[in-house]
Design a protein around this ligand. Sequence first.
Ligand code: HEC
Length: 98
Amino acid sequence: MSMIQSYRKILFISLMLSIISTASASEQQEGQKLFKKKCSICHAVDKKKLGPAVNAMSNKEDILRQTIIKGRKSMPAYGEKLTDAEINTLVKYLLANQ
Ligand code: HEC
């Protein structure tokens, strides 16, 4: 492979990587925004409020998702209040902040 070809290849790969990381960074921002708006009255990332701290929550995606959808004890159900996409974004946000 010529120098120019390998240079182009490296350029292409780094461009793709920066697109991927920007997408997941903005997803995290979206998750943080939703969390602040809908959940932070009862939850914080690293301290217990009425509900458990995010970093003390289950790391099982299914448990997180089901609790958000159905609610539990004093936690209200969000299955009808949030879209599937918003719930997915929140689940990813919780997992990323454990
Ligand atoms: C009115 C207060 C309240 C609000 C608002 C609230 N929660 Fe909760 N949440 C709780 C309580 C209390 C628990 C613990 C329930 C129990 O004792 O089993 C809980 C539990 C959870 C759990 C289960 C954790 C585990 O490890 O099993 C998840 C996940 C969760 N909440 C996510 C959220 C998200 C995401 C939002 C915002 C969309 C939210 N909660 C909004 C009070 C709340």
